[in-house]
Design a protein around this ligand. Structure first.
Ligand code: NAD
Length: 290
């Protein structure tokens, strides 16, 4: 078995490295050649294109920023679909759009190639430590075929449903994360401006009904002015777009979600797209005048 790995950024780099460490034979590709350099030393083969990955690998993992990049790598003009071997499995671990994923899956199925969506939660730390939560969409037999690989990358594997279900739940989960992070930012900034000690306030929230993953795990670092989780505001805004696309497609109103998305989009417009997503609090502080 040869695994092809496309996309060696913040997440893809440690994930691919963990697979090599576990003894898998990898061929890797990234449009940024600098991101491939470390993999020659680790013993992986370097590829010149997604097509080359398609030609030579029978399990192909993509870990790319968004649906446009996933479509380009798989079904684009120079995508792997043009030379992928029948019977291969393509597994998209990016946080992508389930609508795009279903379209890619149909194109691949026409070539006798299966697709699984397997987005992750747990951040760069989880990717490094192999402790990601992995949300799976696809046929039972395809999920079973990729499970040994996924057990290297993650601790918790949840088969949510048919192709696209993993991406659906991932985007909606991030809608919740973006909401609790922003709501906690507004509450904390208001409390601090009113004169409350931030550490005491966070301790109180984390022992009370307003606590969340954001307050418990992200705010302690935010109070230390440590913004290094490794997930950008750009990527969160992209996920919020996917969440709204999902809700719109089934006519679910998102009074709260669409406002949350506007806030993150405003942060992108103000030049914060490359900042860590936890730095969203800085925009609340700025507009609060502190
Ligand atoms: P990143 O921007 O650091 O890495 C993406 C990589 O893909 C880059 O190296 C880029 O050069 C490469 N790339 C882009 N287009 C390409 C193409 N067409 N062909 C080949 N390579 C291409 O992003 P990341 O933080 O690693 O995130 C990857 C995915 O994982 C995103 O969908 C993100 O939403 C999701 N995710 C990220 C985190 C996190 O904490 N960073 C957590 C969970 C999920």
């Amino acid at each position: 078995m040869k695994i092809g790995f496309i996309g060696l950024g913040n997440m893809g780099n440690p994930m691919a490295a963990n697979l090599i460490q576990a003894g898998y034979h990898l061929k890797v590709f990234d449009v940024n050649p600098d991101n491939m350099d470390p993999f020659a030393k680790l013993g992986a083969e370097l590829s010149r294109s997604s097509k080359e990955i398609g030609e030579e690998c029978n399990i192909i993992i993509t870990m790319l920023p968004n649906a446009a990049a996933v479509e380009s790598a798989i079904i684009g003009e120079s995508g792997l679909i043009h030379c992928v071997q029948e019977g291969s499995i393509v597994m998209d671990m990016s946080s992508s759009s389930p609508i795009s994923t279903k379209k890619i899956g149909s194109s691949l199925a026409a070539k006798g190639v299966c697709m699984v969506d397997a987005p992750v939660s747990g951040g760069v730390k989880g990717a490094r430590e192999g402790t990601l939560s992995i949300l799976l969409g696809g046929r039972q037999e395809d999920v079973a075929a990729v499970t040994p690989i996924l057990q290297v990358l993650g601790q918790k594997l949840i088969h949510v449903g048919e192709l696209g279900s993993g991406h659906t739940v991932k985007a909606l989960n991030n809608l919740l994360t973006a909401t609790t992070l922003l709501a906690t930012s507004e509450a904390m900034v208001a409390g601090v401006k009113f004169g409350v000690d931030p550490n005491k306030m966070l301790e109180a929230i984390n022992s009370s009904s307003g606590s969340s993953f954001s307050s418990l795990h992200k705010f302690p670092k935010i109070l230390d002015r440590n913004f290094d989780v490794g997930f950008t505001i750009d990527l969160m805004y992209k996920d919020l777009g996917i969440a709204m696309e999902i809700a719109d497609s089934v006519e679910v109103p998102t009074f709260l979600g669409s406002n949350v998305r506007h806030f993150w989009g405003f942060a992108v417009g103000q030049g914060g797209g490359r900042w860590d997503h936890t730095a969203i609090v800085k925009f609340v502080e700025k507009w609060a005048g502190i």
